[in-house]
Design a protein around this ligand. Sequence first.
Ligand code: ACO
Length: 377
Amino acid sequence: MGAAPHVAAKGLEHIVMGESTIAYVGGETGELHYRGFPIADLARSASFEGVVHLLLRGRPPAPDELDRLTADLAARRSVPDGVVRVLDALPPGLDPLEAMRTGMSALGDGSFPAPPTLEQGLDLIARTPTLLARHVRRSRHEAVVPPRPDLGHAANYLWMLTGEEPDAARARALEQYLILLADHGMNASTFALRVVLSTGSDLVSAATAALGALKGPVHGGAPALVAAMLDAIGRPAAAPAWIGNALARRDRLYGFGHRAYKTEDPRAIVLHSIARSAASADRLALAEAVEREALPALYRERPGRRLFTNVEYYGAVVLESVGLPPALFTPTFAVARTAGWAAHALEQVADNRLIRPDVSYVGPAAGRSWPAEVARA
Ligand code: ACO
């Protein structure tokens, strides 16, 4: 029971809140691995379901375990009637992320009692795409497309959104995106999830809080802003002036900079290579030209900040190349991250202690008197 250290760390930067065996984020070296498996190898060789097994059970699946988990996740995709009623009561044009958050919260109908279990984690992962796709279809005045148990997680997601079976290359590009975004250590949304769980609360409440944190533009809300930036720049030749003006206004360039990485985000490297085969030649050329211009401009204009391309930059290019509109970029990030949230939920409750940091009080000293004119008689 030591005394509180009372060291202010704005944004909790460099504060270590515990130990984890789930993901290693090497900010200085540009490394990311899940339980020892480098992210690039997982993107090349694993399925999303295999990565779910790795994250939740702590080891890669044996072949029969992978078959069982794939079938199990597929069997859990339907959402309960109560959730359907909540979703269908939402205004059809509501932003998909807002609908997703409400739908996720509605999953908490008593079937996710605390503490979280592995089965609850699988339910969260399996049902999140279904509730999102339902709202998206209704918003477009299209018939809701039920999940298909014969399709993998990524292909089924595209199927439920479009009503068309995606070609293998498209489904695989999305699956690689989901693998790359499945976890990332103590990021803001996972921290939010862990804070909620540390109070003894339940998985759905924690995941809903996590989704609220993911939504912000400096976390998971960035990729639509990357697409908007590329649209606004329009052609490679316009990049120098556009970027120069943005940085002169002290704007942020979305898709660059990261709290952890002081070098290129390893996920950005893999997503760039996926974009090389998945994106249209024009879009790829524009994104590469903007990146070539942005990196030296950030170095010049924000000296000492060490700002590099982050996951959201080529993530946005990959998501649009698989046919998703910008409004679905952050929801798709959340579809991936439910896997990491489930893993962190299990780790948190296995060795829980209330997360309750301190703050340095710098307000007025004690001893003030309440004004007589607003005092109760
Ligand atoms: N463009 C321009 N300047 C930047 C950028 C950027 N992308 N990122 C950071 N800076 C500058 C800030 O203006 C600040 O400079 P100042 O102190 O002179 O004003 C300095 O770098 C430090 O910024 P902080 O926000 O304190 O640094 P932090 O470690 O919190 O930055 C963050 C990380 C929030 C991601 C930031 O780089 C950013 O806003 N990037 C753009 C948004 C983005 O792409 N977000 C997705 C991140 S990836 C993810 O969460 C999945």
